[in-house]
Design a protein. Structure first.
Length: 139
């Protein structure tokens, strides 16, 4: 059996709130099993639900309004990947979903997210990564 894994290169540019300097951070992730394999860009938003949770198990209350492109940054765990993708991508119109590991010793994996949302393929890239970009997204 052949297993294909598609590597995603994540580049994040931001202004450091402490110094005002422009910075770029990079990480390597893996595309989800049913994800489009295309470049994506937009404002990174560390999603938060009404109860302040960042796991994406409920629709985000801080999703940007309007037609702009945005990328949902979601903590792994607490519910299935397809639920996170549905809440951020389908309900809240994220142009991409990035899920980061919630434990430092968890190995990077290829998410299987077809489940009850087979149309997610047409949504946007879904990537799992092991680097925590939350400090940058929260600033």
């Amino acid at each position: 059996m052949t297993v294909c894994r598609y590597v995603a290169f994540i580049n994040v540019s931001y202004v450091d709130p402490g110094t005002g300097e422009h910075r770029t951070e990079s990480a390597v992730g893996l595309y989800g099993s049913e994800s489009q394999l295309e470049d994506e860009w937009g404002l990174i938003v560390h999603v938060r639900a009404v109860d302040n949770r960042t796991d994406g198990c409920r629709p985000p209350m801080n999703a940007p309004a309007g037609p702009g492109r945005w990328i949902a940054l979601i903590r792994r765990g607490a519910c299935k990947f397809h639920q996170k993708i549905h809440n951020a991508g389908i309900i809240s119109n994220a142009s991409a979903v990035v899920i980061y590991n919630n434990e430092s010793d968890t190995q990077l994996l290829t998410m299987k997210h077809q489940g009850s949302l087979p149309y997610i393929v047409s949504l946007a890239p879904v990537v799992c990564l092991d680097k925590d970009f939350t400090a940058m997204a929260n600033s």
